[in-house]
Design a protein around this ligand. Structure first.
Ligand code: HEM
Length: 505
């Protein structure tokens, strides 16, 4: 009996080694063993980019994880990202099918649309009609108006501070920059600001904040159908209610455009809704654009605000970098002028600050999920058709083999390097790369650089009482974008002569 028991142990070891070797021989992508029902979800925290980066240290830059019963390949190095986004771009240009969609995660949106003629048409319209250099130029004054509105709001606080008093007043910078970029984008796409609009009990922004956490794409509910069905906390019900409210709001916006076009002899397209309405009337179009499409396509959540917020955080923690950016502004723009868009190409340090911020805090740390359209081999591993692929851009931007002192904010690192954020350098891919690359790069960079230049040129900034460079809370949350957990508050004081500031805002 004892002899039999003793024989079990080596047998078990041999079996385990055999299983491991089989996994290697069959070229299955390595990864942690999944549990029944939840797969590997227990290993993913509320900050999935961080959990996945930790798992990649153990399993390597290409690993398999099970989200519920669904397998996904997670990539965490620039080489692996290049394989998917460049070498095999045509195979991985699809998105996973959305089963339980709502207003924001709608298959009609460009970002979540399946690769095919509808996505191609929408992307072409978006790039030609909204983001072309000609269009970008025509929206210059709109951007200037929104910059002025933000400056006006901050100046009120700064003027009180300039008079001096016991306590200096802080501005909610997170709120200011979010409104700035969202207002620009919503005015470009459907001709009005939406965040402050009251839709019944709450504002648009308040409803959006309510549903955003549920849209992170990393909820148990998304991967375990049973949980979705049970809907314990009534989240699905609430999401459905808010989706209905948003639908009604955008339906009214489309109506307003239709009415305006009926009444006016000027049929020029002023925004994306006009362009789509024109196309919906075009009988020769191969793909019919319907009102349902228009209503859903026009709103996208802007992520540029979060980059501005993180950039200001890092500059407040690094006063010498803040000073260097301001000295550059003095040299290029001058203390007697406000920043213009034409100044941006000459602000090399400021551009480096933006790149460094996008490296450390990519607003979409896991980009958007891709999916393979056919079988493919990556790094010798067989990847079957319809496999979901997640690219950890956050981990890639902090990879110590690619970046010196990767966790430190050092904008000057870009002085010696040609690395850019535009999808050619796979060490830095905050906008993705390949066919699905973010089409809004130029607009996003313009809004971020211009916003940052205005904030730094017009005001001097400091942290409110009790908060120091060392104890400023830098916690992030992972929702639809990676934003600061707490709003950033900072004290503004006028930096330019008051007559210049007051004449421009
Ligand atoms: C800092 C600001 C922004 C960042 C970091 C960013 C990043 C991204 C990323 C990572 C993707 C997915 C890429 C992939 O699938 O591999 C994406 C897609 C997209 N972005 Fe942006 N984005 C920003 C701003 C904008 C703006 C301002 C617009 C609109 C003008 C925009 C429009 C889109 C659209 C339509 C897609 C979907 C593309 C597709 O699936 O074909 N983005 N963006």
């Amino acid at each position: 009996m004892e002899i039999l028991e003793a024989a079990w142990i080596p047998l078990l070891i041999v079996l385990l080694i055999a299983v491991r070797n089989l996994r290697k021989m069959s070229k299955m992508v390595p990864g942690p063993t999944p549990l029944p029902i939840i797969g590997n979800l227990h290993l993913i925290s509320s900050l999935p980019h961080r959990s996945l980066a930790t798992l990649a240290h153990k399993y390597g830059p290409i690993m398999t994880l099970y989200f519920g019963s669904k397998p996904a390949i997670v990539l965490s190095s620039s080489e692996m990202a290049q394989q998917v986004l460049k070498t095999h771009d045509s195979i991985f240009a699809n998105r996973p099918v959305i089963e339980d969609h709502n207003y924001i995660l709608s298959p009609y949106k460009i970002a979540s649309a399946q690769y095919g003629p509808y996505w191609k048409l929408l992307r072409r319209i978006f790039i030609q009609e909204i983001l072309s250099p000609k269009r970008m130029d025509s929206f210059k004054s709109l951007r200037a108006q929104e910059m002025s509105a933000m400056m006006q709001s901050i100046l009120e606080t700064a003027l009180i501070n300039a008079k001096g008093g016991v306590n200096s007043l802080a501005t909610d910078l997170s709120k200011e920059v979010t409104y700035l970029t969202s207002n620009i984008l919503s005015r470009i796409t459907f001709g009005k600001k939406c965040y402050e609009s009251h839709l019944g009990e709450k504002t648009f922004k308040e409803y959006l904040d309510e549903v955003l956490p549920a849209l992170s794409g990393f909820n148990y509910r998304d991967f375990i159908p049973l949980l979705r069905w049970l809907d314990w906390h009534g989240l699905k019900k609430r999401e459905a209610e808010i989706t209905k409210i948003f639908n009604g709001y955008f339906e009214r916006i489309v109506d307003e455009h239709v009415e305006r076009r009926k009444k006016s002899s000027n049929l020029d397209c002023e925004d994306l809704v006009d362009v789509l309405l024109c196309m919906s009337e075009d009988e020769s179009m191969e793909i019919k654009i319907t009102r349902d499409h228009i209503r859903t396509v026009i709103f996208d959540i802007d992520t540029s605000g979060s980059t501005l917020e993180w950039a200001m955080c890092e500059l407040l923690r690094n006063p010498s970098a803040m000073e260097r950016a301001q000295l550059e502004l003095d040299a290029v723009v001058g203390r007697n002028s406000m920043v213009q868009e034409s100044d941006l190409p000459h602000l090399q340090y400021l551009q480096s600050v933006v790149k460094e911020t996008l490296r450390l805090y990519p607003p979409g740390p896991l980009l958007l999920p891709h999916q393979s359209m056919k079988h493919c081999t990556i790094a010798g591993y067989e990847i079957p058709q319809n496999t979901r692929v997640i690219i950890n851009a956050w981990a890639i931007g902090r990879d110590p083999t690619a970046w010196e002192e990767p966790d430190f904010f050092k904008p000057e690192r870009f002085f010696q390097s040609k690395i850019d954020v535009k999808g050619q350098d796979f060490e830095l891919i905050p906008f993705g790369s390949g066919r699905r690359i973010c089409p809004g790069i130029n607009l996003a960079l313009c809004m971020i650089q211009l916003g940052l230049a205005h904030l730094l040129h017009c005001f001097n900034w400091s942290l409110p009482g009790g908060v120091t460079a060392d104890n400023l809370d830098m916690s992030e949350t992972f929702g639809n974008t990676m934003t600061r957990e707490l709003h950033l508050h900072a004290i503004p004081v006028p930096r330019l002569p008051l007559d210049i500031l007051q004449s421009q805002v």
